[in-house]
Design a protein around this ligand. Structure first.
Ligand code: ADP
Ligand code: MG
Length: 156
């Protein structure tokens, strides 16, 4: 999973397929199908972490899932970013810039909603810890986050 990292990506936030992430307290900003298709086809599905910025806002920690998209009968991937920050408003239609710096675990199923939620909480804690390490922290300051807005760059 590490071979493709760090991975830089920028694209519009689109409506997802309403799996109720927001109701669980963990909204995920979805990239469009076009952006997902620009990802390397052999990047493993699973949970990753890194840095994210909406428009030309601040850079925040994030956790990201690369998974199979149930809307397309699991033949297409989806890429969803949960930014570890409380936003005042939704940001559909805005440009999300991310750098994926590390991998946490593969995708898996859970027996209950509670088990799913606690796994995600653990992923978030793991991401926060890892991102404080110098090798990950340095990417928060990457020039990528200060390039002109709107320019779509996938791994430069
Ligand atoms: P959808 O199925 O449309 O992706 P979600 O329940 O996953 O719906 O909510 C995602 C939306 O919530 C994002 O597109 C964004 O506009 C908004 N949002 C608000 N706060 C956050 C956050 N911290 N991280 C990601 N998205 C957020
Ligand atoms: Mg979502």
């Amino acid at each position: 999973a590490m071979r493709h990292l760090p991975y830089f990506c920028r694209g519009e936030v689109v409506k997802g397929f309403g799996r109720g992430s927001k109701e669980l307290g963990i909204p995920t900003a979805n990239f469009s199908e076009q952006v997902v298709e620009s990802f390397p086809s052999d990047i493993p599905t699973g949970i990753y972490y890194g840095w994210a910025c909406v428009g030309n806002g601040d850079v925040h920690k994030m956790v990201l899932s690369i998974g199979w998209n149930p809307f397309y009968k699991n033949i297409k991937k989806s890429v969803e970013t949960h930014i570890i920050h409380t936003f005042k408003e939704d940001f559909y239609g805005e440009i999300l810039s991310i750098v994926i710096t590390g991998y946490i675990r593969p995708e898996r199923n859970f027996d209950s909603l509670d088990a799913l939620i606690s796994a995600i909480q653990e992923d978030i804690e793991e991401a926060k810890r890892q991102l404080d390490l110098p090798e990950h922290l340095k990417l928060k300051e990457d020039n990528f986050f200060h390039l002109p807005e709107g320019k779509i760059v996938n791994n430069r």
